[in-house]
Design a protein around this ligand. Structure first.
Ligand code: PLP
Length: 402
């Protein structure tokens, strides 16, 4: 793939990682096979003793899956990548392959629900201590990393309040404590933020979100240095088996071809809709990373390419206003998913963040009036009209509640 070096991301998204078969097909070939055959017993033996590198079983590797891994690595600027059947399989593998009993993990509190569960509930069962900090407070990171740690896990922008964490500063503290830094880069996307260049060691994705971006498949990815991927992650993946289906890998390769176009369009609309929401009386507050009123706007502008496709906002009137808003929408779907071609809204307090409880929600600033909007590819004027409909209903509900 050396002939691809120096090319821009939009080009890599289309050409990166292609391995054509003997038929010289245009589109990436779909190798829908679980296994592979050998020319001879000697070839099989050489494959197993490692003297010959070739495909042997799709839990270990598959040509379609390998094209996706190669393309993702090129876009990320990572030495190596392995993909998994879901984003959570990627996070789980990245953590468990590196950790052992007696280790200590420090994580930002505002994590995706299942990531929070792994750190708070699963890891301690295996003798791995975990500690949460407020991700935007460097003093808390400094205090938690004053003692040795094995791994730091964080997410920026965070879900759903779009907090921005200082990736370079946290990665430096982690390194000094002996920890690797794993960044869940789902909200920022591989084009929007480069954690490895900022000092992180490992980046994880749910490819289910923007990378597919069309609601068709789950998928996950782990990226990092070649030695860590080959020596630490790969044995874990090969032997525990969260392998991505070749068909789903093929869907994700097709998704990547349009990633930049989709992200540019959706981010432009998201910035415009954030401004619209901020100007309305029904809205108490808007969180969008590139807006001047975002608490970490300078940091966001320094470490992200654009403000992203997600906007969160608090409606006056709490839950009745939020529900009235969502129920009045005709175009924007109610869904906990995000990063899709179709715009979606969710009420975190009663869905994605219901289980963490009122106290933890209050700590994270997830009020009952907060709505998270994932902006899709519809015409921005149609989306604006849809939001206006929702805001009118929210205003009426808020007035009724008084
Ligand atoms: C969706 C998501 C995940 C989990 O990915 P799945 O593909 O649903 O398993 C992890 N982290 C973040 C930030 C996500 O948005």
């Amino acid at each position: 793939m050396t002939e691809l070096s120096g090319l821009q991301p939009a080009t890599l998204l289309v050409h990166g990682g292609i391995e054509r078969s003997q038929h010289a097909e245009t589109s990436e070939a779909l190798f829908l096979t679980s296994g592979f055959v050998y020319e001879s017993a000697e070839e099989a033996a050489a494959t197993f003793d490692g003297s010959l590198t070739r495909y042997q079983y799709s839990r270990f590797g598959n040509p379609t899956v390998a094209m996706l891994e190669q393309r993702l690595a090129l876009i990320e600027g990572a030495e190596a990548c392995r993909v998994t059947a879901s984003g959570m399989a990627a996070v789980h593998a990245a953590l468990l392959c590196h950790l052992k009993a007696g280790d200590r993990v420090v994580a930002s509190r505002a994590l995706f629900g299942s990531c929070h569960w792994i750190v708070s509930t699963l890891l301690p069962r295996f003798g791995i201590a975990s500690e949460f900090v407020d991700g935007t407070d460097l003093e808390q990171w400094r205090a938690a990393l004053a003692r040795p740690a094995a791994l730091v896990l964080l997410e920026s922008p965070s879900n759903p309040m779009l907090e921005i964490l200082d990736l370079a500063a946290i990665a430096a503290l982690a390194r000094a404590a002996g920890a690797i830094t794993v960044v869940d880069n789902v909200f920022a996307t591989p084009l929007g933020q480069k954690p490895l260049a900022l000092g992180a060691d490992v980046v994880v994705y749910s490819c289910t979100k923007h990378i597919d971006g069309q609601g068709r498949t789950l998928g996950g990815a782990v990226l990092g240095r070649k030695d860590w991927i080959t020596d630490t992650l790969q044995p874990f993946l090969r032997n525990t088996g969260p392998a991505l289906s070749p068909f789903n890998a093929w869907l994700l390769l097709k998704g990547l071809e349009t990633l930049q176009l989709r992200l540019d369009a959706a981010s432009r609309s998201a910035a415009a809709l954030a401004d619209l929401l901020a100007g309305r009386a029904e809205v108490e507050r808007v969180w969008y990373p590139f807006r001047p009123d975002h608490p970490q706007v300078a940091l966001a502008r320094a470490q992200m390419r654009d403000g992203g496709t997600l906007v969160s906002f608090a409606l006056r009137g709490g839950r009745p206003a939020a529900f009235a808003f969502m129920n009045a929408l005709r175009l924007t779907a109610i869904s906990n998913n995000l990063g899709d071609a179709k715009s979606m809204v969710t009420h975190p307090a009663t869905t994605t963040h219901m289980r963490i409880g009122a106290e933890e929600r209050a700590r994270l600033g997830i009020g009952d009036g907060v709505v998270r909007l994932s902006v899709g590819l519809e015409d921005v004027a149609d989306l604006a009209a849809d939001l206006e409909r929702g805001l009118t209903a929210a205003g009426q509900a808020a007035a009724g509640a008084l």
